[in-house]
Design a protein around this ligand. Sequence first.
Ligand SMILES: Cc1cc2nc3c(=O)[nH]c(=O)nc-3n(C[C@H](O)[C@H](O)[C@H](O)COP(=O)(O)OP(=O)(O)OC[C@H]3O[C@@H](n4cnc5c(N)ncnc54)[C@H](O)[C@@H]3O)c2cc1C
Ligand SMILES: NC(=O)c1ccc[n+]([C@@H]2O[C@H](COP(=O)([O-])OP(=O)(O)OC[C@H]3O[C@@H](n4cnc5c(N)ncnc54)[C@H](OP(=O)(O)O)[C@@H]3O)[C@@H](O)[C@H]2O)c1
Length: 276
Amino acid sequence: MTKVPVMTEASPIKAKPHLPDAQTVTQVTHWTDRLFSFRVTRPRTLRFRSGEFVMIGLMGDNGKPLLRAYSIASPAWDEELEFYSIKVPDGPLTSKLQHILVGDEIILRPKPVGTLVHDALLPGKRLWFLATGTGLAPFASLMREPETYEKYDRVIMMHTCREVAELEYGQKLVESLKDDPLIGDLVGDKLVYYPTTTREAFHHMGRVTDNLASGKVFADLGLPAMNPGEDRAMVCGSLAFNVDVKAILEGFGLREGANSDPKEFVVEKAFVGDGI
Ligand SMILES: Cc1cc2nc3c(=O)[nH]c(=O)nc-3n(C[C@H](O)[C@H](O)[C@H](O)COP(=O)(O)OP(=O)(O)OC[C@H]3O[C@@H](n4cnc5c(N)ncnc54)[C@H](O)[C@@H]3O)c2cc1C
Ligand SMILES: NC(=O)c1ccc[n+]([C@@H]2O[C@H](COP(=O)([O-])OP(=O)(O)OC[C@H]3O[C@@H](n4cnc5c(N)ncnc54)[C@H](OP(=O)(O)O)[C@@H]3O)[C@@H](O)[C@H]2O)c1
């Protein structure tokens, strides 16, 4: 028997089911085909320290939340939360997350944690933020945190990517800081931005590790070589990057600290599973 299509009255549009711990997307910016940033509403009860990370995600096809660790890229005082994300083509979460639109919901577990916080460092004169790729995210938060400039005379942001376009999110953020009505005066001339590329021509090039080990960055910025009396550092990149930077910082006499045991530098992975 041939099936005859049945005309029915339009059924009311089904409301999307609300996600657990849902927050609504308020802004999405695509920086390259591998990088994007987005902002979401902030749970009213969420308190965090600039530099910490939370678990965020979407509902998986199996009906269970698919969550990943994400550094909060916005500062603790911001009314919304910002994230800076990779797009892994076949990544379980980011293959979907990269398609979010304003008005969509994401899951956000409101339990912030992390080692890249001011409390984990002893007082110092200069603070170095050392990052590759999306490892910039916690420093996007800390560069907008008043405590950063209250505690240090100079703040140096070293960020390295393969290509120039991958630096743009950080460049725009740094440019916006001096005129920021809330912290522009505090930032003043204290923030020194030192972006480099490794696989495309740029005015400054080279790995963070090479520029520290050779002394090039100190010469370029007119600063003394790192020393444990004056310098503090926070590190965020791939596992290989973190391991190599840690060895260099220890070579300068700095010791790794933690929330419970503040010392001269702290490290956090920007992602896991890069084959090491
Ligand atoms: C403490 C912590 C904080 C993190 N903060 C961020 C953040 O702020 N922004 C962010 O984009 N990611 C961050 N990550 C990584 C994030 O948790 C996910 O791995 C990422 O979103 C990809 O998820 P996925 O499910 O698509 O792929 P996954 O299965 O998680 O990863 C697949 C592969 O993609 C590569 N990869 C994953 N993340 C990255 C990355 N960020 N950069 C380069 N290559 C990557 C790795 O080789 C990994 O094996 C963080 C991870 C940790 C441990
Ligand atoms: N970035 C891209 O355009 C691109 C495109 C497609 C796929 N991917 C894949 O995505 C993954 C992540 O790539 P990514 O570019 O975000 O991160 P990445 O490979 O960690 O490189 C980011 C930056 O960190 C530098 N770096 C890497 N290891 C280091 C170490 N041990 N010490 C000091 N500096 C180090 C790199 O320099 P070097 O250039 O000298 O390594 C590069 O400038 C990789 O598996 C990659 O193959 C990347």
